[in-house]
Design a protein around this ligand. Sequence first.
Ligand SMILES: [Zn+2]
Length: 373
Amino acid sequence: MMFRDIPGHADIKTRLTEMADAGRLPHALLLEGPAGSGKFMLARALAQYVHCEHPSGGDSCGQCPSCLQHSTFNHIDTIFSFPVIKKAGKPTISADYFEEFKELMAENPFMDGEVWGQKFDSANTQTKIYVDEGAELTRRLNFRAHQSRYKIVLLWQPERMNEDTANKMLKIIEEPHDDTLFIMSSDNPRTILPTIYSRTQRVTVKRYEDSEVAEYLTRCHAVSADAAENIARLSSGNINEALSLIKISKARKLFLDLFIDLMRKAYQRKIGLLRQWSVDVAGLGREQSLAFLDYCARMIRENFILNLNIDGLNYLTPEERAFSVNFARFINERNVLRLFDVINNARTDIAGNTNAKIVFFDLAIKTILLLKA
Ligand SMILES: [Zn+2]
């Protein structure tokens, strides 16, 4: 991670690199600020900068062996420490989950605790930094740095330490080896245990401006300027939130295309094309198939309301409305309830693992008959 890969925060980048250049980095630095503001990216970029063999112009070089190791999360003197789920009867340390962590961070460097927590698929268990992690870090920090001046611990979400862990960590944070740096990042600094918090030097990272979020979305995620502006406004400076809104709007666009396809081909009685359509929809997989059926039910409902001419009850995006103004007249008192039934039955079948291609083809055939009603 290079500083130039991170949107905005010019002032903080300068401050951090100047501290590093002057040899004034504290042994425990905390980047604190709201979710989705790129704090952990700044932490990673700073670690790479400190380790880089040829830093220049306020950034690492991106090409030396150290930078290359950093780019794959494999720098030998860098330790990632983060909250995880307890393993029954075994010491629980970050290293056991490092592959998954790397994968998700590489996919979305703005990843937050919520996304990480979902990975564990255990709704009632919060991720924590357990006391075993404190012991493990103490052990690893007892070795000298292998190839660099500093060993760096990148500590994500220090607020997830419990008291035992904090006590264990305290000694290595309070009286660190002279070659050790802790760089922490937190969305919730107020919940960090005071014993740890008071020993850090803090740098506050501000939320992104809407214009910075929009610029990032257009530049790095090929989102149109209009859409980027809308999404930025909805995400309150949280880039992670903006990225999940993009995912939702992409899925919605795909669902709309499939819905339009179904209705057009059913109206034209194109059985062969509907067979292919069923194969395509089944290819979405079970979860997305169910989400698509919910979407179909919603569109039928909205079109029925549109047909009844009840304004103000309608919740359609501009794209959905463009199709619906002509289509709504086909959804009426004679077929609306039966269409809901057909969709609901398909939902039950898919949820019960019936062959999705058959379920969707059956839905398509029934739609042909019901559109003529
Ligand atoms: Zn370098």
